[in-house]
Design a protein around this ligand. Structure first.
Ligand code: ITT
Length: 234
């Protein structure tokens, strides 16, 4: 079936991080042309969701639920997809982990930049020989879709993990966040030395998205749900 505006499922990316959007959109669109991926920015939605949970799973669900609650009036059939990601460093007992975005100390009311966090991580790991780390993404889906037996709702989380190590200085200028410090052993490159296509081929985010999509395909098949978007266009 050729994908048209009328036979796509609307997936709203529940993130304010434009760098994540740049990676998520091609991942989802490559997996199936039947997903119509829209961002909060494109929908004119500006919302700050406070990450109050202590796990990636908790925060991913919190973001997906908040965006679903906000937009399900506008889109009766949609999926909100959120991503919560953490860099877990073995020698730091899993830090920065769920606090990866807020790792470097900054003045009250300020948010650290990527560069602040990168410098702070190098500082915390000065002299450490154990550089082992992993990137972990939890993708949360919350949706309501039509099916021959009436609409059905679901909530699901999927995880992607990539092991690597923390370099002693920044390497590469692509990507975002901690990418210049995260060396993927199998490639001999940091994420920041990879093109986005290369990173998307093997990243924590791409593994989590693939799991989420395979869940989605299973549930659509189980419910014999048609890939038809009956929403009014925004
Ligand atoms: P949203 O909650 O709006 O999605 P966020 O930037 O707060 O955006 P996270 O809490 O999931 O997202 O991410 C925490 C931080 O981890 C993020 O700000 C980056 O510094 C870093 N990060 C996330 N994904 C990354 C990746 O693929 N490569 C490098 N750093 C990443």
């Amino acid at each position: 079936m050729p994908a048209t505006a009328e036979n796509c499922i609307t997936i709203v990316l529940a993130t304010a991080n434009r760098d994540k959007v740049k990676e998520l959109r091609p991942l989802l669109e490559t997996i199936s042309p039947l997903f119509n991926v829209v961002t909060l920015h494109e929908l004119g939605v500006e919302v700050e969701i406070e990450e109050t949970e202590e796990t990636l799973e908790g925060n991913a669900l919190l973001k997906a639920r908040a965006i679903f609650a906000l937009l399900s009036v506008r889109f009766p059939f949609m999926i909100a997809l959120a991503d919560d990601t953490g860099l877990e460093v073995e020698a730091l007992h899993g830090a920065p982990g769920v606090y990866s975005a807020r790792f470097a100390p900054v003045a009250d009311g300020q948010a650290p930049t990527y560069q602040d966090n990168v410098r702070h991580l190098l500082y915390c790991m000065e002299g450490m020989t154990n550089r082992e780390a992993r990137f972990r993404t939890v993708v949360a889906l919350k949706g309501t879709l039509p099916s021959p037996e009436g609409s059905f709702s679901f909530e699901h989380t999927a995880e992607g993990v990539v092991k690597g190590s923390i370099t002693r200085k920044e390497q590469g200028d692509k990507g975002f966040g901690y990418d210049p410090l995260f060396l993927v052993q199998t490639t001999g490159k940091t994420y920041a030395q990879m093109s986005m296509t290369e990173k998307n081929r093997l990243s924590h985010r791409s593994l989590a998205v693939q799991q989420a999509i395979s869940y989605l395909k299973d549930i659509l098949q189980q419910k014999s749900a048609p890939l038809i978007d009956t929403n009014t266009r925004p």
